[in-house]
Design a protein around this ligand. Structure first.
Ligand code: ARG
Length: 368
């Protein structure tokens, strides 16, 4: 980023922060002199912990695809910028999993590692989510999560070997600068998983289905005041449909609707029997009930929609314009039962925010 742009971005961010947090113009002027000086001198500046927290929270508030934004202000922030060795970084990642899981009472959390420096990554987390199941292409078809096929291959090239089940937990893969990436298995006692069962029906037959407790997105870039935090894993808790109507249901993922329909004895010969719809409901009830039974935080899509409505009202009464992406805010089940269905949303981009980044796995040199 050019010095000029960085100065503009930093100024815009700090102006907003100082205003929103009710600080004095003297406080702002003082901090601004410091930041401007640092950029002029070094080409970058360092956020204070307070700025980091505010930036990460507002980035969540600005996330147009997220229905869970009512809780933006409760995001906990771990400053991992000091971590510089593989041991330290892996330790922070394991701690993130432990603290966020919190024995099932999920805590929204972000761990922020060193940002990009002169356009180069100092730390890369190669995982899409810290907890994720492997996917394998076999002669008999795909085993596990098809979403993970490329990353699983990358892990195998690094020397990792999975058990070949449909639910193998992938290792964490980290890279410092342009050193060779390293992988570590997540200690088993840190991983919370929930066996999915329907209270009344045996919907999976002899298949054991489970999912992990916490979705920790680890491949997005957090941009705050012109600084790019390219390694900044964050999590909230699950909304049931993410698992029950997508991960376990999508034909291209775990594709469980035919199994559930068969177990329920539904008429799958005709689409018009709505067997998919009925199977979806059973599968999603099973997800919500199972998480509840194991004491793991989860929200159903009706409650989440109500919470989003409260978020919209709060934002407006605080004088802020709510941006959003309709196709993501509307849940994949019973969309027209939520207020979002009937409302247009402005998908304008506001920073700070979380962005997708292209992840191209490096070629791994095999020393044989
Ligand atoms: N949809 C993704 C998944 O199923 C997780 C995305 C983040 N979700 C969340 N509730 N914070 O794994």
């Amino acid at each position: 980023m050019e010095k000029k742009t960085l100065i503009d971005e930093a100024q815009q961010f700090l102006t907003h922060l100082y205003k929103e947090l009710g600080k004095t113009t003297e406080q702002f002027a003082h901090r601004w002199r410091e930041v401007e000086h640092s950029i002029e001198l070094n080409g970058y500046y360092e956020h204070t912990y307070e700025e980091l927290v505010y930036g990460a929270r507002v980035a969540w508030r600005n996330s147009n695809r997220c229905i869970g934004r009512l809780f933006w202000n409760q995001l906990k922030v771990i400053d991992g910028r000091q971590a510089s060795t593989y041991d330290e970084i892996f330790q922070y990642l394991f701690e993130h999993i432990r603290i966020a899981t919190n024995n099932g009472k999920i805590k929204p959390l972000i761990t922020i590692f060193r940002p990009e420096l002169n356009g180069k990554k100092q730390v890369t987390v190669w995982n899409h989510q810290l907890l994720r199941y492997a996917g394998y292409e076999t002669e008999g078809g795909i085993v596990g999560d098809s979403d993970s096929i490329a990353f699983t291959r990358f892990c195998q090239q690094l020397g990792w070997k999975g058990n070949g089940t449909a639910f193998d937990m992938l290792p964490l893969v980290v890279q410092i600068g342009d050193e060779a990436p390293e992988y570590r298995e997540i200690p088993e006692d840190m991983i919370m998983e929930i066996p999915i069962k329907h209270e009344e029906h045996d919907i999976f037959g002899d298949r054991e289905i489970k999912w992990y407790a916490v979705p920790i997105i680890s491949d997005m870039r957090l941009e705050i005041g012109g600084i790019n935090y390219v390694a900044a894993p964050f999590n909230g808790w699950y909304m049931g449909t993410e698992i029950g109507a997508r991960n376990l249901a999508d034909e291209s993922r775990y594709n469980l609707l035919p199994t559930v329909a068969k177990q329920l004895g539904l008429n799958t010969k005709h689409q018009r029997s709505l067997w998919k719809d009925e199977a979806l409901v059973a599968l999603n009830q099973a997800v919500l009930d199972s998480y509840k039974k194991y004491g793991v935080t989860i929200v159903d899509h009706h409650t989440a929609a109500e919470q989003f409505r409260v978020f919209e009202q709060k934002e407006e009464s605080d004088g802020r314009h709510v941006t959003g992406k309709w196709s993501w805010l509307v849940p994949p089940m019973a969309p027209a039962t939520t207020h979002m269905y009937f409302k247009p949303y402005d998908n304008a981009l506001v920073t700070p925010n979380y962005f997708y980044q292209k992840m191209k796995y490096p070629d791994v040199q095999k020393n044989t």
